[in-house]
Design a protein around this ligand. Structure first.
Ligand SMILES: Nc1ncnc2c1ncn2[C@@H]1O[C@H](COP(=O)(O)OP(=O)(O)OP(=O)(O)O)[C@@H](O)[C@H]1O
Ligand SMILES: [Mg+2]
Length: 524
């Protein structure tokens, strides 16, 4: 025991009454100073629980002054904790051992310090004979520590809860995700695979984990897959990489991968694009088939058009050839007429060549230069081609042309073909007409919108109203030797020029075909 303690023990033992009476605490002022200013609460209790000493710090627990404590019992001063204190003192007296770490909290009647806590230590002071003569109490305030501990506890609990929730969420996502989620090492060995990963490929988790993915990859894709894995291992991000993975059943699935490397791991996700790939393939095949079909259709239409359009010059060539032969076969051959016939044959042959060129251009969608043309010239050119036919079939031809008409824009040969087809139809429509004039009229005039409009009128038997909607369809014909192509060729030529072609019944007989040539606005 150090001297001060000895002295106190002696003093306390010898002069308890005096101390109590005088209200004096110490004979040593230094010790008293330490006692008064110590940052913990200190007190000395008699064995019957009366305050013999108490420093100011400790009075904060009960809010009573030092003077009011001295000589008074704990029960008088702080009745609320009296029982607890008495129990502790009894324990110390009984065992002779200190009691430490007992927590008390503010018990002031005004409850001002209800939220403050102290931890207390109780040490017995013994006389030289070993009798306990009093008990030293030290109380350290632990309010802040407790608060900090509580806050920390709460924080930990919240954190724990959050971690739990987040883990739970991630597990849910991992499990429900339809895409493959995979974690591998930097060599591509599977470390973790989500359920979608095993379900998509059919392999069991145990067949994948710890194994490299290389053996599952289609042999043709392996080299590139290896290169991508090496790039990932070197720290690059993989944005999109399509590769075929082998399913357990031996077939392959197209997986589109994205992946990031992080701390020695590769985190990868893959979408199964097999169906999409197959659909794309099927679509490509269908498109190829369609192209093939449309090439064949185009070819058919082109052949048909050529056959149709070439018919007229061919017939003319034959007619002129026969005429030439007849002039030659005479006893006295008329060479002038033979020459004329041959000139006609050359002209018709050239025309046939032009027709073929223009039809091929139409189907190749070549854009030929459109020229400024005079409608009157077009009509006249066509008439020179077929006036022989008209005469032979006893057609009375009439034309109403105006010199002041504006020019139109277009290609000469196709537009001539349009007029020719319309005239041929008109001629054919009147071939069976008897008892009235077989009249064909061609007019070119300005319509109400000041656009050029050409009409081809005949006095035939007209179009059956039920057929009106179909006459422009390809292969629609009411003629035993017809191809049903004339009008559909006419309409595609006019529409390709941006014009319009239509038909109306004419009164009292026949049909009128209306044509707004290329530069004219389409109108009804
Ligand atoms: N001026 C017309 N009068 C009455 N019917 C017509 C007239 N022009 C066309 N048609 C009807 O329209 C159908 C289709 O005409 P289109 O010129 O397309 O073919 P087509 O004359 O029958 O055969 P081709 O392909 O040899 O010309 C004709 O079969 C005919 O029934
Ligand atoms: Mg026809």
């Amino acid at each position: 025991m150090r001297p001060y303690h000895l002295k106190i023990a002696r003093d306390v033992h010898g002069s308890l009454q005096r101390t109590f009476r005088l209200g004096r605490s110490f004979d040593f002022p230094e010790l008293q100073l330490i006692y008064e200013t110590a940052p913990i609460g200190l007190a000395f209790l008699s064995t019957d629980c009366r305050y013999l000493l108490i420093n100011r710090h400790l009075t904060e627990i009960c809010g009573i002054s030092v003077a009011e404590h001295i000589g008074r019992s704990v029960r008088e001063t702080v009745p609320d904790i009296a029982q607890q204190v008495e129990n502790i003192v009894q324990t110390v007296l009984r065992t002779g051992e200190p009691v430490v770490g007992i927590e008390v909290n503010g018990q002031r009647p005004d409850k001002q310090n209800a939220e403050r806590f102290w931890t207390t230590n109780w040490h017995p002071l013994k006389s030289p004979e070993g009798t306990i003569i009093g008990i030293s109490v030290a109380a350290e305030e632990i309010t802040e520590r407790k608060r900090a501990e509580a806050a920390l506890r709460e924080l930990n609990e919240t954190l724990e809860q959050r971690v739990k929730e987040e883990t739970q969420e991630r597990i849910q996502i991992w499990n429900v995700c339809q895409d493959l989620l995979v974690i591998t090492d930097l060599e591509g060995k599977f470390l973790k695979v989500n359920p979608a990963g095993t379900a998509t490929l059919g392999w069991h988790e145990s067949e994948l984990l710890g194994n490299s993915s290389q053996w599952m990859i289609h042999p043709d894709d392996r080299k590139q897959a290896l290169a991508e894995t090496e790039r990932l291992a070197a720290g690059r991000i993989l944005h999109r990489f399509g590769v075929r993975f082998r399913e357990k059943n031996g077939s392959y699935r197209w997986l589109s991968w994205r992946a990031v490397p992080h701390q020695g791991r590769i985190y990868a996700t893959a979408r199964d694009e097999t169906e999409q790939k197959y659909a794309e393939d099927r679509l490509r095949e269908a498109q190829q088939e369609l192209e093939q079909v449309s090439r064949q259709t185009t070819l058919g239409a082109m052949t048909g058009s050529i056959a149709h359009e070439i018919n007229q010059p061919l017939s003319a060539i034959i007619a002129h050839g026969n005429a030439g032969l007849r002039w030659l076969a005479r006893k006295d051959p008329n060479l002038d007429e033979v020459q004329k016939a041959l000139q006609h044959i050359v002209g018709d042959g050239l025309r046939a060549a032009d027709i073929i060129t223009s039809i091929r251009g139409m189907f190749r969608k070549d854009s030929h230069e459109k020229l400024q043309l005079s409608v009157n010239d077009l009509v006249r050119e066509v008439l020179t081609l077929i006036h022989g036919d008209l005469d032979r079939r006893q057609i009375v031809f009439q034309s109403e042309l105006h010199d002041a008409l504006p020019k139109i824009r277009g290609e000469r040969v196709p537009l001539q073909q349009v007029l020719l087809n319309l005239i041929m139809n008109a001629v054919e429509a009147m071939s069976a007409v008897t008892g009235r004039e077989r009249q064909l009229t061609i007019r070119a005039a300005l319509n109400e919108r000041i656009n050029v409009r050409v009409t081809v009128e005949d006095a035939g038997n007209g179009i059956d109203p039920a057929h009106l909607d179909h006459i422009f369809d390809p292969f629609f014909t009411t003629k035993s030797n017809g191809m049903g192509l004339g009008l559909s060729i006419c309409r595609s030529i006019i529409e390709a020029h941006g014009g319009k072609l239509w038909a109306l019944p004419r009164s009292p007989f026949g049909t009128t075909f209306f044509l707004t040539p290329p530069s004219a606005e389409s109108e009804q």
